[in-house]
Unconditional design. Structure first.
Lengths: 67, 435, 349
């Protein structure tokens, strides 16, 4: 029994080192699921895309990362 | 190449540092340096620093080694220096011009402490005597402490910029006294362009100047006045770094400007140059806040080290907190992947004392790591009779809102906040032992 | 001089009570050396005396380690030992667990040295080496002779008052811990020395070894996402406006629980980011940049996910120790499991 997780982060090596099974690249450590430099609509698209990546990852088997 | 020489005169950068020793600082009628005593004309210096509409209430105090005295709220530290042949800290007040060449006068043994009057969770403290003296270089310098309040309506970034400017002004003003004094030592720093260093390994230094986890302000002067917001790896001569090209970021997290002017890693590489190694040069990098930025930095820095500086090995230091650990590790990996040997200096997180919590990220290939100590480790300092600066200390990073202590009382202080004691540039003797 | 008093701990098998069928026997103690204890006594010589042997069944211990350790500690204290020796347990998991737990308990309660011996692959090594001196042994009792020699040598060093703070030099597993020291040379010089040694193939010792982490087997989603309850979690310091739960902005073992019922997106009057490790100004303009509530609600409306869980859990992942991270992770995981959540999207800064 467990919970399937997907991690959205910018420091991907850190997540891999500690064995995070599903890693999705976040935009920045300062704003993982957004970007203040984008226009509001573009930012919304970006966020939808990142979250969609996380959803796809959740549907897949996780990878036990080797550090 | 065709015959004919260019440039016609000097063949390479050559910095002559003329140091006049200072044992103590006193106030007096006119500023000068005689007999190892730096006399400071308090009013004149205050007028010079006060000619700035962003600042009010300039206060200048002195603290000498051995005094029962604590300096609190330190924002940055500068060494007094004067450069007759070029700009002092180009791009801060002076025009942007070349540094690293020519003659620079130094009042060695004196330091200017610029204090921050605004609340900030990262402010530094030093005691002039007691247990702090084992760990802080500034317990041993004659300190000229400068405090100024922001004028009404002046926001934090503008105030911080003004604080850097008064540090630079005071450095030049007091350095000028060293320029008039007899030098006690003369040091020549140069890397002649000859290739008779065969047989010695070429070592490049990859120097992380700043971390963008706390993005630098638009007009924050770091590298020749630039805020290094998007700095790509850049080859820079070590003399430029020692001679004022770099000012510490506002978020002074493990290396103030004084430490940069006396950069421990660069001085060590110079000391060993043409002895057991050949100093191949310095590459300046930042820790970027995006993964793409960090990868770009790692690849470009490694390529510059091997292809441009022809390095056999690299040594790295980082600046800031956790993200820079990732950035430094990635750069180290990129260098090793190109066949260069790497070593680096990082601080250690204490966590629960276990080895696996020492760093945010550690590459499995990072087999040569030197630590500059546990950043949360604390030192107990006894009460003092005199305080220069704010009357309370805290809350600092890692502390709760109500963690405010009287500045003159006994102090349990993390080394991170003892000025000069958490030196990420490699100047300290603190370390860890795994057992 | 009085001999140094030693109590020895064994399981039912080495205590010569019986095999697996007696793994359920209760803690007991006998005022003599038994089995490997006799070899110990012979090799330790007359300066030491094995005054008693405590015995417990492996299953009894494994079923309730705290209670077994407490009972055994009470029995052992009667004999006023100066040193406890447990095992060696070699590669036996339950026995290793018992030896480790008992040593930890005896050290704490009786304030005397307590040592054991195990094979490197015994899971109890990783569990107890941070606080117990564990002598390296071979995998099975066939190596008993060498193991006892190692233990005897360590006991003699303890009795001689030798420093015990470098376990690796005592033939033991290192604690895997670190402590501050002050070295002769500045860090810059040490780094260049290390680099030159590395370049010329000379031996050198890194000051920070590469960490090894526990591996967690990934969980597969057992039902389609369109039927799953998905929760949002973040380590980026999300708190309710004004931080009423008073979560520190780092170095914490605390979490926040933020209700999102009826919210389509985060707004700045409801939540904020409270974290000391990164500049929070951008996420504090729009908290969906930290926790993508708006995008997750769209997925819920479109039926891509079954349901969005109505609580967002958060912590501030700055300077967080491994043990605190485990604690925080377990706490959030336990609550989410209790609340029927099958999947998590975690955002990290």
């Amino acid at each position: 029994m467990g919970i399937a997780t997907a991690q959205i982060c910018s420091m991907k090596q850190v997540a891999a080192m500690v064995g995070s099974p599903r890693i999705v690249t976040g935009r920045s450590v300062l704003h993982p699921t957004g970007d203040p430099a984008l226009a509001p609509e573009a930012e919304q698209m970006l966020r939808r895309g990142i979250v969609a990546d996380a959803i796809r990852a959740l549907a897949a088997d996780g990878i036990p990362h080797a550090a | 190449m065709r015959s004919g020489r260019w440039p016609p005169t000097a063949s390479h950068m050559r910095l002559e540092i003329r140091a006049a020793a200072v044992n103590r600082a006193v106030f007096g009628i006119s500023t000068n340096l005689n007999d190892r005593t730096l006399t400071v004309a308090r009013d004149e210096l205050a007028r010079l620093l006060g000619a700035d509409s962003r600042l009010t209430e300039i206060q200048i105090e002195l603290a000498n080694p051995g005094e029962d005295c604590r300096i609190t709220g330190i924002f940055d530290v500068f060494e007094p220096r004067y450069k007759a042949t070029g700009p002092n800290f180009p791009g801060v007040i002076d025009r942007i011009g070349p540094v690293g060449d020519g003659v620079t006068a130094v009042a060695r043994g004196a330091a200017i402490m610029v204090m921050n009057a605004l609340p900030d969770r990262h402010k530094l403290t030093v005691d002039m005597t007691g247990p702090a003296a084992e760990f802080s270089p500034y317990s041993h310098t004659a300190n000229i402490c400068v405090r100024a309040q922001p004028a009404a309506g002046v926001e934090r970034p503008a105030y911080y910029r003004a604080l850097k400017e008064i540090g630079v002004k005071a450095s030049g003003y007091l350095g000028e006294a060293a320029n008039r004094a007899q030098a006690d030592s003369v040091e020549v720093l140069e890397l002649p362009h000859q290739s008779d260093d065969t047989g010695r390994p070429r070592v490049a230094y990859i120097y992380m100047l700043a971390s963008q986890q706390m993005p630098t302000e638009a007009d924050e002067p770091i590298l020749y006045g630039d805020n290094v917001r998007t700095l790509l790896p850049t080859v820079i001569h070590p003399n430029e770094i020692l001679d004022g090209a770099i000012v510490a970021p506002y978020w002074n997290f493990g290396g103030d400007t004084y430490a940069i002017q006396n950069h421990p890693m660069i001085c060590e590489l110079y000391r060993r140059h043409r002895n057991d190694l050949a100093f191949a040069g310095v590459i300046a990098i930042i820790a970027a806040e995006t993964e793409a930025g960090r990868t770009r930095t790692a690849i470009m820095a490694a390529n510059l080290a091997r292809e441009t500086l022809r390095a056999d090995a690299v040594v790295l230091t980082k600046y800031g907190g956790g993200i820079p650990e990732s950035a430094a590790m990635e750069t180290y990996d990129a260098c090793e992947a190109l066949g260069m040997k790497g070593a680096m200096v990082l601080w250690t997180h204490g966590g629960d004392g276990r080895i696996e919590g020492s760093l945010t990220f550690m590459s499995p290939r990072a087999d040569a790591v030197v630590t500059c100590g546990i950043n949360e480790q604390a030192i107990d300092l006894p009460p003092v009779s005199r305080v220069i600066g704010s009357s309370t200390i805290g809350p600092l990073i890692m502390e709760s809102e109500d963690d405010v202590r009287p500045a003159n009382g006994p102090l349990h202080l993390r080394f991170l906040f003892l000025a000069g004691a958490a030196d990420q540039l490699g100047g300290g003797r603190r370390s860890i032992e795994e057992y | 001089m009085e001999p140094i008093r030693i109590v020895h701990y064994l399981n039912q098998f080495f205590g010569q009570l019986g095999g697996e069928e007696l793994a359920g026997i209760k803690p007991q103690i006998k005022s003599e050396a038994i089995g490997p204890g006799r070899v110990l006594q012979a090799r330790l010589g007359a300066s030491f005396e094995v005054v008693a042997t405590a015995i417990c069944g492996d299953n009894t211990f494994a079923d309730n380690p705290e209670a077994a350790a407490e009972d055994l500690t009470a029995l052992i204290s009667e004999f006023r030992p100066q040193i406890l020796i447990a095992g060696p347990a070699f590669n036996s998991g339950r026995y290793g667990q018992a030896c480790g737990q008992l040593c930890a308990s005896i050290q704490e309660k009786l304030a005397i040295p307590a040592i054991t011996g195990m094979y490197q692959e015994n899971p109890a090594v990783d569990q107890f080496r941070n606080r117990v001196l564990i002598v390296r042994t071979g995998p099975t009792a066939r190596t008993m002779g060498e193991a006892i020699d190692q233990i005897v040598s360590l006991v003699k060093r303890i009795a001689a008052g030798d420093p015990l703070d470098r376990p690796a030099e005592l033939g033991c597993f290192p604690h895997g811990m670190k402590r501050p020291v002050v070295r002769e040379q500045i860090a810059a010089r040490r780094a260049i020395d290390m680099l030159l040694s590395k370049l010329t193939g000379q031996p050198f010792t890194t000051e920070m070894s590469v960490p090894v982490f526990d591996r967690v087997e990934p969980t597969r989603l057992k039902l389609p996402l369109s039927e799953a309850t998905v929760a949002l979690v973040t380590d980026g310091g999300l708190v309710a406006k004004g931080n009423p739960e008073r979560m520190p902005n780092g170095y914490t073992d605390r979490i926040t629980a933020i209700p999102i019922h009826g919210l389509d997106r985060f707004t700045t009057d409801i939540v904020e980011a409270h974290h000391g490790g990164y500049d929070t100004q951008f996420v504090n303009q729009d908290l969906n940049r930290l926790t993508p509530l708006d995008a997750a609600r769209e997925l819920e409306r479109n039926g891509v996910i079954g349901k969005l869980h109505e609580t967002v859990y958060a912590t501030a992942g700055l300077g967080m120790s491994i043990s605190n991270a485990k604690k925080v992770g377990r706490e959030i995981g336990r609550r989410l499991l209790d609340q029927g959540v099958q999947a998590v999207i975690l955002t990290s800064t």
